[in-house]
Ligand binder design. Structure first.
Ligand SMILES: Cc1cc2nc3c(=O)[nH]c(=O)nc-3n(C[C@H](O)[C@H](O)[C@H](O)COP(=O)(O)O)c2cc1C
Length: 251
């Protein structure tokens, strides 16, 4: 086996500082095509990719996200769950497909499809020498993103991705992941709390050491702390409402 893909994946880290150089149209096309080769649930291809190089649109999206790299990058993608084309088929078909768009299953299918496409793009981009970061921050204001991108009913903006050539002083590094034994369960789920707690404690120390070494001891936050802070912040609680408004998850 060539170790190329394995090493590429293991070296991933999010890049948040890019050179101003735009990504060529030829590379964008290749990236999208690589994305499209991902598997897709029941061949539904329930996604679209919005490619953005218009500085004004980037600026408007940055206002939603609050993150400078939404503007300062080589290119910006927004990944959209998309049943619009399926709804056109529905209008002309003798079958009633409505339930499929409106079901929780439809939401899962579209989200998974778009995510697989995005990760193919991420890996291909990193292989081309670009860096990338996902942007869930676009969901800070879904209604505004729908407006900016002129999204019709039966579509939903899931997340963005900023890409580009990493800036010379971009000094990100691969963040330690949970240990293999913690995420991998042989045959059946291991819900034993004692061993889970033990593994968490060790991982908390690993993450704390990682942050400490990268900030000369200034940041020593554990993973559990980070998770607790983030998950207690009660953010984006309007997602169900926004999905409903877009024609989703009614069943
Ligand atoms: C769906 C998704 C949304 C994300 N949204 C943001 C974001 O809005 N802003 C950001 O700076 N990073 C974002 N990230 C990047 C994560 O913070 C990052 O992947 C995680 O901390 C692990 O770091 P790494 O990618 O460097 O390994 C997002 C990642 C994913 C998968």
């Amino acid at each position: 086996m060539s170790e190329h893909v394995y090493n590429l994946l293991k070296n991933h880290h999010s890049v948040r500082k890019f050179k101003k150089e735009p990504i060529s149209e030829a590379h964008i096309k290749q990236l999208v095509e690589a994305g499209q080769s991902a598997s897709t649930s029941s061949y539904l291809q329930a996604y679209s990719i919005i490619g953005i190089n218009d500085p004004e649109i980037k600026e408007e999206l940055k206002e939603v996200s609050g993150q400078p790299y939404v503007v300062e990058n080589g290119y910006l993608f927004v990944f959209v769950m998309d049943y619009y084309r399926h709804s056109i088929i529905n209008e002309e078909s003798k079958h009633d497909m409505q339930t499929s768009f409106e079901s929780a299953e439809g939401l899962l299918v579209g989200t998974i499809d778009a995510t697989l496409v995005a990760q193919n793009i991420a890996t291909t981009a990193e292989d081309m020498g670009y860096g990338m970061v996902y942007l869930g921050s676009l969901r800070n204001d879904v209604e505004r993103v729908r407006e900016i991108l002129d999204l019709p009913k039966h579509t939903f903006p899931l997340f963005g991705m900023a890409l580009g050539i990493p800036e010379d002083d971009e000094n990100g590094s691969p963040k330690p992941r949970l240990p293999f034994e913690h995420v991998f369960h042989a045959n059946q789920y291991n819900s034993d709390k004692d061993s889970q707690r033990e593994a968490l404690k060790a991982y908390d120390q690993t993450v704390s050491d990682y942050y400490s070494s990268r900030t000369s001891g200034e940041r020593t936050e554990s993973w559990s702390n980070q998770v607790a802070n983030f998950m207690s912040a009660k953010q984006r609680l309007d997602m169900l409402e926004q999905l409903n408004k877009s024609g989703f998850i009614k069943k």
